[in-house]
Unconditional design. Structure first.
Length: 705
């Protein structure tokens, strides 16, 4: 059975297959054959599937079968003939989710589901823009620019306006423009307060110039795909009406993660038939930093009066104590619609709360527990490392676990990002240190010769390579020679000469002599004097603060070695430890990366005030930031199927300095009946709160959070 879609002539026209059971005349519910797939659902799941008409919000808690409900609802809709496949719009957040949903629906209806408008917001938005491109000044064969092309285009505009790219990096400004697009703000809608003094107060005009330039190039970026849709719908109501008539049923996954533009797009398309079903979990909205608005799901009943709310609360993943702890914690949030997870499964250990002296002991405690798990057997089988996860709040926390695991020979993987020493900023910092230690390291020297920017471009580097080959020397020595001649332009010669002079001075202080600095202090000096630290401090990208934290953690790591040579050798050995495909490995990742995953055993280290909840989020967003941090803790706990362990340290190196730490307020908010504090470290006390204290007194600042 094949549906052929005539996209260019009429995207709504489908050539009807003769043998398509789901594409015949629309039937009534009573005429449909029994649906055996409904028997596998619990009562709330079945209610969510069978409530087909009118607006429906399915509040699907963690591990409650959200994907099954979404796909079964879509299949049921088609099986009953309520709509033809091409009259259904189904929106996901990832291409992978779209492919999986299409596969599952095809299995349930007994045929391909290709005619359904099923895909990501961007993919579906691009499809509509492609059909109406001329209405936004484009042609149907327009190009979609990737992030690098966007930054390059904005750089050209900055140069034309004589705006300093060092003070106002193009990548930072592009991030601001994209956030405006996520909020459905065209240049004429950006307020003066939003614009501030960005790019010297000229960013709104640059935004307009950028949009004009995109049209000239017959191009769009990802933010435009929905923004152009909204423009078309606003300026051409007949087009909006066409799509409103066509899409009789709309299904949306992960509704809590929608941004303003996505929300407006959905609301417009659903206005006529009101048959919109959104599946999501307000308690798992953790992506405000990339534009997600938890308010979208919270005001669903206001947007669609008479909406039916179905709560999926029976969890099929975790034990009762884990669910009890997570539910009690998230109940502290005010901005939520409310639900309580439960399970029919009995037993299960309480959530462990473990206090340790410092980060090193934290890593040792976790590794000891993992080795115990390895020696145990579950269901008659050896415990797998793949079923174990360490979920951290900040990426710099992974370093001590990686170091400990390498010492023990315990295999691991860092999920959703590079391992600690493979991160961009650490590779850059290590390149500086490698050149200090060994100036003939061409690869390291070439890596940082223009980072941060010194006006030394590819042409200059090519000149250095030619000079090095001609002299049979290295890039560094060729550079040292060329700064004494007239072969390079004066400004380049000055920048290169200053860099060589810096390296000579740093090398003299590298500790090889009696007057030398400790290598960790030298590293701090190099990062500051090279301008690298300032570059990251001026970077307004969301990941920039984390990169600064990683550099500070690098300084901490260096202090464990006698000299720079020993540290660099250690890093080389660490980098050589590569992951083998299909290996059984412990998973290390951030809490944000863990959403949607599940593991038998989960460790949650670093539950301390300032680290988790993260101080920056609370400072910038107040109560909303705190509640998002609490949702993140809830997500972390509900990743665990059997065992969950929360850890906090009495002392932690923050920004390279020892600080006494206070247990996270989230520890105090865990219901005491579901939590087990290690007996040698602390006890419960008080009627409501948990008091976590060391047996030798509370002088370390421990106590109820």
């Amino acid at each position: 059975m094949v549906y052929s879609v005539a996209l260019m002539s009429d995207p709504f026209h489908i050539e009807e297959p003769q043998d398509a059971a789901v594409s015949g005349p629309v039937s009534t519910v009573g005429e449909a054959p029994p649906a055996p797939y409904l028997t596998a659902l619990n009562n709330p799941q079945r209610e969510a599937v069978e409530t087909l008409d009118g607006p429906v919000l399915v509040l699907a808690g963690a591990g409650t079968g959200k994907t099954r409900v979404l796909t079964t609802r879509l299949a049921h809709l088609l099986r009953l003939g309520k709509a033809r496949p091409y009259q259904v719009l189904s929106v996901t957040f990832t291409n992978r989710a779209a492919r999986e949903m299409r596969r599952r629906v095809g299995g349930l209806i007994g045929g391909p589901a290709e005619a359904i408008w099923l895909g990501t917001f961007h993919a579906l938005g691009a499809r509509i823009v492609r059909r109406h491109a001329e209405l936004v000044g484009l042609k149907t064969n327009y190009t979609i620019l990737d992030s690098d092309d966007q930054v390059r285009l904005l750089k050209q505009l900055l140069e034309a306006e004589n705006i300093d790219d060092k003070r106002w990096p193009a990548r930072v400004l592009m991030g601001v423009i994209q956030r405006w697009k996520d909020r459905a703000l065209t240049p004429d809608k950006v307020s003066a307060a939003d614009a501030g003094d960005l790019a010297g107060g000229r960013l709104v005009r640059l935004y307009q110039d950028y949009q004009d330039r995109l049209k000239t190039l017959n191009a769009a970026d990802f933010g435009d795909l929905l923004l152009h849709n909204l423009t078309i719908f606003a300026e051409h109501p007949e087009v909006l009406e066409e799509y409103q008539d066509h899409f009789q049923y709309i299904l949306v996954d992960e509704y809590q993660d929608t941004n303003v533009a996505q929300y407006l797009w959905l609301r417009l398309l659903a206005q006529k038939h009101q048959n919109i079903a959104c599946v999501g979990d307000d308690d798992q909205s953790i992506y405000a930093w990339r534009g997600a608005e938890v308010g979208n799901i919270l005001r669903f009943e206001e947007d669609f009066p008479g909406a039916k709310i179905v709560r999926l609360e029976q969890n099929y993943r975790s034990t009762g104590p884990i669910l009890g702890a997570a539910s009690g914690l998230i109940a502290r949030n005010e901005g939520r619609l409310g639900k309580t997870l439960w399970t029919e499964a009995g037993g299960g250990e309480k959530v462990r709360v473990r206090g340790v002296w410092d980060g090193e002991e934290e890593a040792r405690t976790v590794s000891d527990r993992i080795e115990d798990i390895q020696r145990s057997r579950r269901d008659g089988q050896p415990a797998a490392l793949n079923d174990i996860a360490i979920l951290v709040r900040a990426s710099f926390q992974t370093r001590e676990f990686e170091e400990r695991f390498l010492t023990l020979g315990l295999p691991y993987r860092v999920v959703g990002g590079p391992r600690f020493y493979e991160r961009l900023e650490l590779r850059d910092a290590l390149a500086y240190l490698r050149v200090i230690h060994q100036p003939d390291d061409d690869l390291a020297f070439e890596r940082i010769i223009n980072r941060p920017k010194r006006g030394i471009g590819d042409a200059t580097v090519q000149t250095l390579h030619m000079a090095a080959r001609a002299a049979g020397s290295t890039l560094y020595r060729a550079a040292a020679d060329l700064v004494t001649t007239d072969e390079l332009r004066p400004n380049i010669r000055s920048s290169l000469g200053a860099l060589i002079a810096d390296f000579e001075r740093w090398r003299a202080l590298s500790g090889d002599s009696r007057e030398g600095l400790p290598h960790s202090e030298l590293a701090e000096m190099v990062l500051d004097e090279s301008g690298y630290t300032e570059m990251l401090m001026n970077d307004k990208a969301p990941e920039a603060p984390g990169r600064l934290e990683n550099l500070k953690e690098l300084i901490v790591a260096m202090e464990e070695f006698e000299n720079l040579a020993g540290f660099l050798e250690h890093v080389s050995l660490v980098m050589e430890n590569t992951e083998a495909a299909g290996s059984d490995l412990v998973n290390i990742m951030t809490l944000h990366s863990a959403k949607g995953l599940e593991f038998d055993t989960v460790f949650l280290p670093g539950w301390e005030e300032g680290l988790f909840p993260h101080q920056r989020n609370m400072d910038e967003n107040g109560l909303a930031g705190l509640e998002e941090e609490r949702r993140l803790a809830y997500v972390g706990l509900t990743r665990a199927k059997r065992d969950a362990t929360v850890l906090f340290a009495a002392n932690r190196r923050i920004h390279g300095q020892w600080q006494s730490a206070t247990p996270s307020r989230f520890i105090d908010e865990l219901p005491r009946e579901f939590v087990d504090v290690d007996s040698e470290l602390g006890v419960y006390s008080g009627a409501d709160n948990m008091d976590v204290s060391f047996g030798y007194g509370r002088s370390l600042g421990y106590g109820s959070g």
